[in-house]
Design a protein around this ligand. Structure first.
Ligand code: BGC
Length: 538
């Protein structure tokens, strides 16, 4: 069995001085709020599409089908292309915007992309809140999508560059925490707005997106640029002063020099996109595609977008369904705190693998429960209360598993593994793939539910198994390694080392030589419980 875990602590890697200063903490907290817009939208769209007044106004055919069909096939009552297009149009817009954002983030800094994110999202929220026809809804969602594309491209990079490397995991997960808070707030608002007499509560839900949009807009105006980005744009002395302030120590020379070296390497690269295809970036490119792909194939957004619809389908009734979405939203936030606590202690791999096993078990149980009651014809008859409780409980345990593994790590890991010269472009690949598969899952979920029935949960369970095996063999541990030093994790990996030669990364090779530890001396370790070896090696 090859050692696949990565570099052991104390294996000669660099240690830059620096503290978790109040300055860097506040900066990262403000920047992380960029996740609110994404989260708010995820939570809102599922909720409004289960509000009768909203459906009656914009999607009357779905509304009437739902009313008339309540005694027949429950799996298919929401199946409408127009309705799914409403939810998923945003993701195509976000995909396109993240590609443009790559250029802006590289040329003008991370802050400008965040600002664009806030402003575009705000415009989308206004149009949606005032919508009179479906086209206004879709236009609004396209603008929201642009906003999310810009924000998701820049915020994770900003956080990973700003944070002292020992706390990078925790600070970066602030982004995911904001996403989950956004989802929860949206779920709670939906619950109350749905009760407003006159049925115009959905306007408040959609228009309310202006609040998180203003937060990121103002935040981006007051935040400092990252030292990495300042150096990338030739502002060296300013960057040195900023680095001192951010790290809270005077002697930042070693880190500063490495940032300058990284930036010089980066300057040689004229076409970051073409560059990405070079053999030496194969590990990073693979991760930029595989991680977001797998994150979406956990099936999490089936719960996030459609929890109310799903709970309604399994017989909860509209209000109870919205309430259950609030419960899963709360679990999502609390479990994210667990990963903030543990990510820099237990490492990324441990969380990925533990979360994977947890999700797998829950998906199997939920499939069995729904299968047992709804069978293949989708007609459950009378549903006992205990049954609903068991389903919600396992969905909550599943959400918790995601919230401390693939949720935060799907944004953290890509943002910390790309060298500066490809960072912006690779992060766009990450965001685009994420958005593409969010779109696909959102678009086909209702059709899949209609055809695969409870088997839908087994479909996602299969992918959860695949991604856990992938992580076990191919994802090295990145905890506690400065981002400009990250090449060493590939150089010492049993598989990826064949793609990365010393001369490919003069900076990384030099550093490792300086520490007196050539790559061959770097110790590999399997730093996660043998429980997992048992599962995957048997
Ligand atoms: C994912 C979203 C998901 C959210 C749930 C994020 O990391 O990218 O697609 O809806 O987590 O908390």
């Amino acid at each position: 069995m090859p050692a696949v875990g990565g570099i052991a602590p104390g294996s000669g890697k660099k240690e830059y001085p620096g503290n978790l200063t109040p300055y860097v903490t506040v900066t990262c907290v403000v920047a992380a709020m960029g996740g609110l817009i994404f989260g708010y939208d995820i939570g809102i769209s599922g909720g409004v599409t289960s509000m009768d007044s909203f459906l009656r106004k914009f999607f009357p055919s779905v509304y009437w089908k739902k009313k008339e069909d309540s005694t027949t096939n429950q799996y298919c009552q929401y199946d409408s292309q127009k309705l799914t297009m409403f939810t998923s149009s945003l993701y195509l817009a976000a995909l396109a915007a993240s590609l443009v954002a790559s250029w802006i983030t590289r040329k003008f800094g991370r802050k400008l992309s965040m600002l664009f994110g806030g402003v575009l999202f705000c415009a989308g929220a206004i149009i949606n809140g005032l919508a009179k026809a479906v086209w206004m809804l879709i236009l609004g969602r396209i603008l929201l999508g642009f906003g999310i594309g810009f924000a998701n491209q820049s915020v994770p990079l900003y956080l990973s560059e700003m944070a002292p490397y020992r706390y990078r995991g925790a600070l970066n997960i602030g982004f995911q925490l904001s996403i989950t808070i956004g989802i929860l707030v949206a779920n709670i608002l939906n619950y109350f707005f749905a009760k407003i007499h006159g049925g115009w509560g959905w306007r408040l839900s959609l228009g309310g997106a202006m609040v998180p949009a203003l937060i990121i807009t103002v935040g981006s105006l007051i935040l400092p640029d990252t030292p990495n980005s300042m150096i990338e744009r030739g502002r060296h002395e300013e960057a040195r002063t900023k680095l001192r302030r951010v790290r809270g120590v005077y002697d930042v020379d070693e880190e500063f020099n490495d940032l300058v070296l990284a930036s010089e390497e980066s300057k040689k690269v004229e076409h970051p996109w073409k560059n990405l295809l070079q053999r030496k970036y194969r590990p990073q490119l693979t991760m930029a595609i595989a991680i977001p792909f797998f994150q979406q194939l956990t099936g999490i957004n089936v719960i996030m977008f459609y929890a109310p619809v799903l709970f309604d389908t399994i017989g909860f009734g509209s209000q109870a369904a919205l309430m259950s979405a609030v419960i899963t939203g709360l679990v999502n936030v609390l479990a994210t705190l667990v990963s903030i606590y543990g990510v820099d202690k237990w490492g990324r791999r441990f969380l990925f693998l533990e979360g994977g096993i947890q999700m797998l078990i829950c998906q199997a149980v939920v499939a069995a429960c729904i299968g047992a009651k709804f069978g293949v014809n989708g007609n459950p008859g009378e549903l006992p209360k205990w049954y609903a409780i068991v389903v919600v409980l396992f969905i909550c345990v599943y959400v918790a598993g995601f919230a401390w593994s693939w949720g935060p790590l799907g944004w953290l890991v890509p943002s910390e593994i790309f060298p500066l010269e490809i960072r912006s472009a690779a992060q766009s690949v990450n965001v685009s793939v994420n958005m593409l598969f969010t779109f696909i899952v959102a678009q086909v979920f209702l059709i899949m539910l209609c055809h695969l029935k409870f088997g839908l949960f087994l479909f996602f369970a299969f992918f959860v198994l695949m991604m856990s095996i992938f992580v076990y063999y191919f994802l090295p541990e990145t905890k506690g390694i400065p981002i400009e030093e990250m090449t060493q994790v590939w150089k010492s990996h049993w598989y990826w080392s064949r793609y990365v030669a010393d001369e490919d990364f003069p900076n990384g090779a030099l550093e490792m030589g300086k520490g007196g530890q050539g790559p061959k001396n770097v110790r590999l370790s399997l730093n996660f419980p043998s429980l997992f070896s048992f599962f995957f090696c048997a």
